[in-house]
Each structure stands twice: as C-alpha cells, then as structure tokens.
Write a protein that binds this ligand. Sequence first.
Ligand SMILES: Cc1ncc(COP(=O)(O)O)c(C=O)c1O
Length: 415
Amino acid sequence: MTTVLDPYEIRKDFPLLATGVIYLDNAASSQKPRQVIEALTRFYETKYANIHRGIHRLSREASEVYEKAHETVARFINARDWREVIFLRNTTEAINLVAYSFGLGTLAEGDEVIVTVMEHHSNLLPWAAIAKKRKARVKVVGLRGYTLDYGELELAVSEKTKVVAVTHASNVLGTIIDARRIARLAHSVGAVCLVDGAQSVPHMPVNVNELECDFLAFSGHKMLGPSGIGVLWGRKDLLEEMEPFLYGGDMVKEVRMKDGVVNASWNELPWKFEAGTPNVAGAVGLAEAVEYLSRVGMDNIRSYEESLTSYALRQLSEVDGVEVYGPKPEQRCGILPFNVKGLDPHTVAAILDQKGIAVRSGFHCAQPLHEHLGLYEGTVRASFYLYNLKEEVDTLVQALTEIASIAEKASSPVE
Ligand SMILES: Cc1ncc(COP(=O)(O)O)c(C=O)c1O
C-alpha cells in the first residue's frame, strides 16, 4: 500500500486512540486531535465571551475569532465569499434551513423535489415535510448497481423540478456521486442543487465552484471538529433572497414596534441565518480541525482512504460467510457495509465491540436504501479515517472470520 500520509504519526495526535480501541465508526463521528481539544480549552480559558454584543475587549476578540472561523471554512471549500458560510448545529439543521427558507418560499402545488434512494433521512424528511405543506411532490431516483442511475435522473428532471437534493457520498454504500453532473442537470431546468456533503467534505477535496452546486451542507463533528457545529454554504444571491429560518437576536438589524405591529429588517449574511448566541467555541474548534485537515492535505486523505478501503475489500472478499456491499474502491469513500450470514447486524456489532472494535449496525438513518437493496435487517458498517491502520483492518478481518465460522457451524444441521 503506498503511503501518502503517515497514519502512525497522525495517531499520536488523537488521545482517544491511545486507549486501544479500533475505531471504525468514523461515518457516524470522528475522533478529535489534541490540537482541536487544546484550541477549545485555550479559547474557554483565555478568550471566551459572547460575540457581537459587547464593546468590551473580550467580546470584540471573540467576534473576530468567530468571523475568522467562517473565513477558514470558506477557504477550505473554496467559497468566493466568507459571508456565504453559515454556522449551524450540523448537516441536518443546514438541510432543514434550505428546505424551510428556500423550499417553503419557492415550491408551489405540483412542483417537484428530486432526491435519490441513497439519501440519509436528513436529506429526505425535510423535503417530504415541505413538499406536503406545499402540495409538491418528492421524486426518488434509484440505483444502477451500487451507484446512482443517472439515466433515471435525466428522465426525472423536468420544468416542474425546483430542487435536486443529493448526497455527495452515501453514508451506507460509500458511493460517490458526480455532483457537478447533477448540478448542471438541475440548472438546465432552472432548479437549484443542494449537495449533502456530510460524508464527502471530511474525506476528499470539495470545491463548491467545481461542484457548481447552489448549497452544500456538512457537519464539523465528522471532520475532527467538535460536536454541535455544522455548515451551510449557499450561493449569496439565493441566501439574500431567502427568508430567515430562525428568528431572534443577532439575525436582525432593526426592530420597531408601532401600535402593536412589529417591523424588522434582517442583518447581513451570514448573521441573518445565525439567530441567537452561536456555538462560538465550536467554530474555533472547527477552524482548528480544518487547519489540521489542510495541513495533512485532502488529496492525501482521499488517496490513503482509497487504498485502505481497497485493501479491506480485498481481504473481506476472501472471508466465507461475509457479504460486502457497494461499488469499486475508486467510486466510493472509506465506508464498508457488510453482513455475516446467519447473524443480524446488531449481534455482529456487539461481538466486534467485545473484541474492542467499534462499528455501527442497523439502517444508519437510511432505511429506504436498505429496503431498496432488500437488506431488511440493515447492515454492519465499518468506516475509515486518516488515522486508521492496515493492521486494524487485519484485526477486523480476523474477527469476522471467527464470527462467520462460528455462525456457520451453529447453523449447520447436527449429524
Ligand atoms: C450523508 C449524511 N447526511 C446527513 C447526516 C446527518 O448529519 P448530522 O447528524 O451531523 O446532522 C449524516 C450523518 O451521518 C450523513 O451521513
């Protein structure tokens, strides 16, 4: 395996990995490097104050740090303007913002929102809810093998389409989709394209200009950052047109009350969409995480994960009784869903846990995809990040070989 980054060196930055756990649940959330943990502590110990609300030095400095975090994230995804970067809690909140602020304001009866069968519930349920309110329709595009059926998508898009909302990388199959092709298709009928980057932004270079999309959502906790901070990037002209999502302090420029009637005008971007006291420390941690990832290099992370995934796929394909799903390594991110014959996914995950290996089991918030694939009990999912090792894959493969062989013996008829 060609090493484009040194995972042994990287691991030294992650205190939790020193406990010995084999952490293969990175698609759910990543571990945090010391640099991020220390940045949070430093901020709380020396710089903490609320932002935009005080004349005092601490508040001014915290405001500056918070704004700089937007700039850091904007650079990371190559956004033209840091004001297009909105800090929210997570991907889920970012998609809900677009569904409510853009969808509710734009969709009319008979309009269509197109999603794929691979969507995480977070990129399905908000659209279903808004479509219902507006008597619009959610159209679901299926798969061809383990990747998106682009032909079906081309047929599905029409002048009724107002939004195409797609996952950039499936959190179950790992399938990476051609987001630019989809954005261009959406634009050809005047629709907007939202890309759910929860599983792509942490693992590969993502450039919003190259994607040509209109919105991109992702979560800090999946990319070495703290929990409770996520990002919506949006095209400035669209964000400026949209109504706020949440109302309250900081998102407002001026509020007047006359004869019991309240009149308000909205603050400029991104504050218009960041109502109330934001997660200031979270933003500091996210900026530190982004700096960390940039130092390692997103191309290096992508190459390393691709080779680790190829290795794992090769090894697992030789284990009798283990079935692995998903496309070829070059078409997927470091996500490996599988099942062991004769055992349900939770039992497999519980046995792996006893062996010190953390994986996820169940539907991974993508139940329609599992049903589409006929996987009615779900799957076990191992997912990698820049600090995982080939040796950890070997331990997983060894454990699954034992589990599959015991399951096989248990199901064989007694002679
Ligand atoms: C593809 C995808 N979209 C959305 C989400 C939701 O992310 P969050 O729980 O951080 O809002 C996830 C989380 O696993 C995901 O994998």
